[in-house]
Design a protein around this ligand. Structure first.
Ligand SMILES: [Zn+2]
Ligand SMILES: [Zn+2]
Length: 552
């Protein structure tokens, strides 16, 4: 604030002309207010030349200028009030001018802060929620479902059923941000990407609160809700655009598209009152969109005040993860070598991985057999965001065929949504009653609920393979474990190394820090916040505790 122009009126005292090293004339002039306050001002050569005749001992003048540095060190010549012009006449009211003198005496009284508070994410992965506010506006970044409870035990979503909002806040499941649950001006929720640990609690906010996210992320969330039979939130969803700044009150937000296992993921640069925060979101640079990370590094402003840096992989601290491209080669190799059916267990929303597997199918000349949920996801992304993403179509991507799993088909039919989600893929339907007949030609995406279909349609497991293409931690999930146990019992070989993380490796984290050069690093989305000091020793790593307000 003090770096902006200030207008001061007062009486000239003791003007002293001096010469610069290059022999130009400049002047040091004292200015006395009506209340007898005195400040030292400086007229640099160009300004002095223009206004010299107006500056005479005892004359009442109006000066415009600014402090180029910290006002409290006025004794230091560098921090004098540097005059930029002498104004002919005062337009401001007397009161405003008095305020200006007060501002110079008590700058801290006029500093407008920006504050932030991490409601969840300082010592855990999942359920990330950050609140950022000024005295004029409030933005909440992410509002995810927790993966663990405050004591580190796994979080069970079922405990939320039948609990009131008050109870959910009391149990520290919902963030305690009153403005989120009532009508309030200049409050908005931002969702960085369509992973549930970032958006899962958004249905609890007041319907008048606008929600900002990427276009494709919005479609993915709507599709998932629709499949789960959940009602869509009534909030106004607004789509932000990559590298296009906009404002909520006095807070300016610039989204940066990032490479992550979720399609359409963003980092957010947030600025107000001369302060800045960069929320990294979830990111990496070894996926299909690695080039977008280079764009980020080349275009992000240096020296932000606080970098809220995700550290999902901080426990491993591996310098380089394999790229999606590396994986593609390995998939091709495995698909070619395997004689029987190839079953792949992968997240239906990990578009990068689906594209990797699709490409490998094309290369290995296999049919890519997907369930209709995956088909819907691919079609949505193709139609709404990126036409290069393969999906079951009559014109292109002929390798893709669709199967209708018994259990999921029944759910969708019962809900009366057959025409919406299943009918569009009838043309591409592959019958799975006799999988053994087509096993050598097929790569099939599976999920826990297809055990029923496999039991019915597949006899030969020993010649095939089961590829678990996800984070190994997901093996513990009850439903996933059931599928894995079923596969083991059938004697099918299980491959679990055809995977790469959706998150940044150490090398990539360091690239971000070097690009941003933050004044402070704040660990977020990590189980290992203490590790940051080890890896970013040249930077100031802030130990932010749960729900501590940081005033900038
Ligand atoms: Zn996440
Ligand atoms: Zn994520």
């Amino acid at each position: 604030m003090l770096n902006t122009d200030i207008i001061l009126t007062g009486t000239i005292k003791n003007p002293r002309v001096a010469k610069t090293k290059t022999g130009e004339k400049m002047a040091f002039v004292s200015l006395e207010s009506e209340d007898g306050e005195i400040i030292d001002t400086v007229f640099f050569p160009r300004v002095w030349k223009e206004y010299e005749v107006k500056i005479k001992e005892g004359k009442f003048v109006t000066l415009c200028g600014k402090f180029s540095n910290n006002i409290q060190n006025q004794k230091n010549d560098k921090n004098r009030f540097a005059v930029s012009s002498v104004l002919p006449r005062v337009k401001k009211t007397e009161e405003a001018l008095k305020t200006n003198w007060d501002l110079i005496k008590n700058p801290e009284k006029y500093e407008k802060p920006m504050c932030f508070k991490i409601h969840r994410g300082t010592k855990e992965i999942g359920g990330t929620c950050v609140e950022i506010w000024t005295d004029n506006a409030r933005v909440i970044v992410d509002m995810g479902t927790p993966l663990v409870n405050a004591d580190g035990t796994p979080f069970d979503e079922k405990i939320m059923e039948n609990l009131s909002r008050e109870d959910l806040i009391k149990r520290q499941i919902l963030p305690d941000i009153p403005d989120l649950y009532r009508e309030s001006m200049n409050t908005a929720l931002f969702i960085s990407h369509a992973h549930k640990d970032h958006y899962g609690l958004m249905e609890h906010i007041h319907p008048s609160c606008p929600v900002y996210m990427g276009n494709a992320a919005d479609h993915l969330i709507k599709l998932t809700n629709n499949f789960l039979g959940k009602e869509a939130p009534k909030n106004k969803i607004k789509h932000f655009k990559h590298y296009t700044p906009f404002k909520i009150g006095d807070i300016e937000i610039t989204p940066f598209l990032m490479d992550h296992s979720a399609f359409d993921a963003y980092a957010l640069l947030i600025k107000a009152n001369g302060k800045s925060i960069l929320y990294s979101g979830d990111f990496r640079n070894h996926g299909k969109k690695y080039r977008i990370f280079d764009f980020f590094c080349n275009n992000i402003q240096k020296g932000v005040d606080y970098l809220l840096l995700e550290g999902s992989t901080m426990d491993k601290a591996i310098d380089k993860f394999p790229t999606e491209k590396d994986l593609e080669e390995k998939f091709i190799d495995t698909f070619k070598k395997t004689k029987g059916i190839r079953l792949v267990f992968v997240s239906g929303q990990n578009i990068d991985r689906l594209v990797t597997i699709y490409n490998a199918c094309v290369e290995a000349k296999k049919i890519f057999l997907v369930d209709f949920y995956t088909a819907n996801v691919m079609k949505t992304i193709n139609n709404k965001a990126s036409s290069s993403i393969p999906f079951p179509s009559r014109e292109n991507f002929m390798e893709i065929q669709v199967y209708f799993p018994h259990y999921l088909t029944k759910i969708i039919e019962d809900r009366g949504k057959y025409n919406e989600f299943i009918k569009p893929f009838e043309y591409h339907k592959k019958n799975i009653d006799k999988l053994d007949d087509i096993a050598d030609k097929v790569v099939m995406i599976v999920r826990p609920h297809v055990i029923y279909d496999l039991e019915k349609g597949l006899q030969n497991y020993k010649d095939g393979c089961f590829i678990f293409s996800m984070w190994n931690g997901y093996k513990k999930d009850i439903k996933n474990k059931k599928l894995l146990d079923f596969i083991s019992k059938k004697g099918m070989p299980i491959i679990d190394h055809l995977h790469t993380s959706g998150h940044a490796d150490l090398h990539c984290l360091k690239l971000m820090v070097e690009a941003v050069k933050p004044k402070h690093i704040v660990p977020i989305h990590t189980f290992k916040p203490k590790k940051y000091k080890e890896h970013f020793s040249e930077y100031h790593v802030l130990d932010v505790t749960y729900k501590e307000t940081i005033k900038m």
